[in-house]
Design a protein around this ligand. Sequence first.
Ligand SMILES: CC(C)(O)CC(=O)SCCNC(=O)CCNC(=O)[C@H](O)C(C)(C)COP(=O)(O)OP(=O)(O)OC[C@H]1O[C@@H](n2cnc3c(N)ncnc32)[C@H](O)[C@@H]1OP(=O)(O)O
Length: 262
Amino acid sequence: MKAFMTYENLIVTNHGKVALITLNRPKALNALSPDLTRELGDALDVLEADNATAAVVLTGSEKAFAAGADIKAMKDWSYMDVYKSDFITATWERITKFRKPTIAAVAGYALGGGCELAMMCDFIIAADNAKFGQPEITIGTIPGAGGTQRLTRLVGKSKAMEMVLTGRMMDATEAERAGLVTRIVPLDELIPDALKTAQKIASMSLPITLMAKEAVNSAYEMTLNEGIHFERRLFHSTFATEDQKEGMNAFSEKRPPVFKDQ
Ligand SMILES: CC(C)(O)CC(=O)SCCNC(=O)CCNC(=O)[C@H](O)C(C)(C)COP(=O)(O)OP(=O)(O)OC[C@H]1O[C@@H](n2cnc3c(N)ncnc32)[C@H](O)[C@@H]1OP(=O)(O)O
């Protein structure tokens, strides 16, 4: 029994399943407590192990994707408590190790750890009421789950620096213009749109999808030359799969492909 979230395989395509994880701690605006993040990590482990799950959508409520780490839970922690805790390193970062595609469907506040969690997903679709920010400076700390690094890579130094130093929030329009979110949709279309996008991804060959995700992510870790070399090796290896043969034969025969994840 999950206390702070629900997760379910909502859509079964003719090929793969799409899972929807909903953070469900509405009274605290989905503040990310150690228990909540542990549950999230556990759910991801289950979905990773499930061969049929092909993509995951992570969402919160209409008012808050997540308003950050649980300030009340951590306010009295000592240096040693926070240093020794696996709160951020071992639990939150499980989402960054998750190999299948993840979409953050953000409505309302995505602040502090909430913004960091959304940025750990592969991309963000925002509702028109979404608000993003790294307000840690206003409570005497700094982002500790990748905010200074991922936000800077996504929106550039100037905007990231201003947001981290002032705690200013970005609305959905600014977030889209800055490249933090892929698109904005009306609030009531957020989940259908995110699920439809995940469903599209789930209709592809899973191993090829994993390679594509790995290749894009390598752009953050490697030099351009290393990244291009890595991409080429992965491209070559797609030709060792049955799904590459099926995809290209289906195109030639003017029919939809039937991928077998092989
Ligand atoms: C992960 C790290 C390392 O990067 C660190 C962090 O994430 S630190 C946390 C960063 N986040 C914040 O500083 C945001 C804190 N929240 C707010 O500023 C406001 O709640 C708000 C602007 C998001 C919404 O304001 P409002 O509509 O006025 O609602 P509230 O009455 O403030 O909140 C309702 C309810 O939720 C509780 N709440 C909200 N955020 C948190 C939080 N991060 N941790 C714990 N609890 C939170 C808030 O206390 C209220 O509960 P009650 O006091 O009414 O029981």
